[in-house]
Design a protein around this ligand. Structure first.
Ligand code: NAD
Ligand code: DAU
Length: 353
């Protein structure tokens, strides 16, 4: 028995690989293109562990995928690989269409070819688990109920449109071809190995470097934050017990405006690594808003709670404290990801704001 993970060198994928192998001896084949967001250092603790096999490759490469399926014969695919950053999708949507739409299509076709060759029992047991986002549902009014699994798709950014397209492909491959799929739509994750282009790690890293903490617009946009370990446990529950063809929303019941998030990070840093210059909030800078910025996301997670008895283990207080402490303890990891490419991205995104 083996599972195939795409994007397992990224933020959530690497957390998932570590989490999986901490609880199971079932081997993982980790297929990742190692874009700027993929980092094998996240998996350094697995060096020499025969349960983890890394293969570098692109989910758009059908020939390589066919070879991988033939050699490894996975009983499940967990599809994390994606271009994931909304701001990057605004500057360059092409890569998002290529990986998130065309890449998912190619992966589905390779999985379907493999699945068609299985015997009846293996066919019934096979799963294609697609990891998606709450952003496909669009933006909520302040008093609107949280997103359920039947909320209409209203994606607003090139990123969310590309993820919405991938969700539709996955759904169609089930309805048309019978491929046993599962889809999860999760809210904003945070935790270890989060690339510092995203809000929480960027704020930690900038604060420690004495750099501005850029809040887009008025900072009152609301996100529903979930500790990454809880996302991993939810995916394990859906893979093990989710009903084929179903969608499960995953969230932390933890809506917070961006301003409050930044204040919370600053307060923790004031406590754990006080600055001689004064409170870290002094670095907060309001900058030009993100074009098309979604105002509010919120997940109604009652379906996964009811059907699979899943609940997050972390509160925001416990999760954010662990996260800030992790960044304080891993200055080497932070320094390593701040490559030339990372500095170019900061110039592209922030210099004109
Ligand atoms: P990430 O950007 O940190 O990692 C993406 C990984 O995919 C990287 O390792 C990268 O090298 C790999 N990759 C990119 N293009 C590839 C390609 N063409 N072929 C093979 N590998 C490729 O992303 P993340 O934040 O870990 O998100 C993982 C998944 O979870 C994505 O599908 C994302 O849409 C979804 N998601 C993320 C969040 C979040 O808050 N980060 C929330 C909900 C859902
Ligand atoms: O909701 C799930 C999604 O969460 C995932 O699908 C995406 O892959 C993931 O990147 C994340 O998207 P967001 O756009 O919500 O995350 P980000 O960390 O980029 O931004 C969070 C909020 O903070 C958003 O309202 C924009 C704001 N922001 C972000 C950055 C990077 C700032 O105010 N300043 C910043 O510098």
């Amino acid at each position: 028995m083996t599972i195939l993970i795409t994007g397992g060198a990224g933020f959530i994928g690497s957390n998932f690989v570590l989490d999986w192998l901490a609880q199971s001896d079932e081997p993982v084949v980790n297929f990742d293109a190692l874009t700027y967001a993929g980092n094998l250092q996240n998996l350094a603790s697995l060096q020499g562990d025969a349960r983890h096999v890394f293969v570098q490759g692109d989910i758009g490469d059908r020939a390589l995928l066919d070879r991988l399926f033939a050699e490894r014969r996975p009983r499940a695919v967990l599809h994390f690989a994606a271009e994931s950053h909304v701001d990057r999708s605004i500057y360059g949507p092409g890569a998002f269409i290529k990986t998130n739409v065309e890449g998912t299509f190619t992966l589905l076709e390779a999985a379907r070819a493999h699945w068609n060759g299985l015997d009846d029992a293996a066919k019934a047991a096979f799963r294609f688990h697609h990891v998606s986002t709450d952003e496909v549902y669009g933006s909520l009014a302040p008093d609107a109920p949280a997103f359920t699994e039947t909320h209409p798709y209203e994606p607003n950014s090139p990123y969310s449109a590309s993820k919405a397209a991938s969700d539709h492909l996955v759904r169609a491959w089930h309805h048309t071809y019978g491929l046993p799929v599962l889809t999860t739509n999760c809210s904003n994750n945070y935790g270890p190995y989060h690339f510092p282009e995203k809000l929480i790690p960027l704020m930690i890293v900038n604060a420690l470097a004495g750099k501005p903490l850029p809040i887009y617009g008025d900072g009152l946009q609301v996100r529903d934050w979930l500790y990454v370990g809880d996302h991993c446990s939810a995916i394990r529950a859906v893979l093990a017990r989710g009903r084929v063809g179903e969608v499960y929303n995953i969230g932390g019941w933890n809506e917070m405006p961006n301003r409050d998030i930044v204040h919370r990070v600053c307060a923790l840093l004031d406590e754990l690594r006080p600055s001689a210059e004064g409170p870290y909030t002094r670095l907060i800078t309001f900058v030009k808003d993100r074009p098309g910025h979604d105002r509010r996301y919120a997940i109604d997670a009652r379906k996964i709670e009811r059907e699979l008895s899943w609940r997050p283990a972390e509160t925001f207080d416990s999760g954010i404290r662990k996260t800030v402490q992790w960044y304080l303890d891993h200055a080497d990891w932070v320094a390593n990801v701040q490559s030339g490419g990372y500095r170019d991205w900061l110039a592209t995104n922030y210099s004109a704001r």
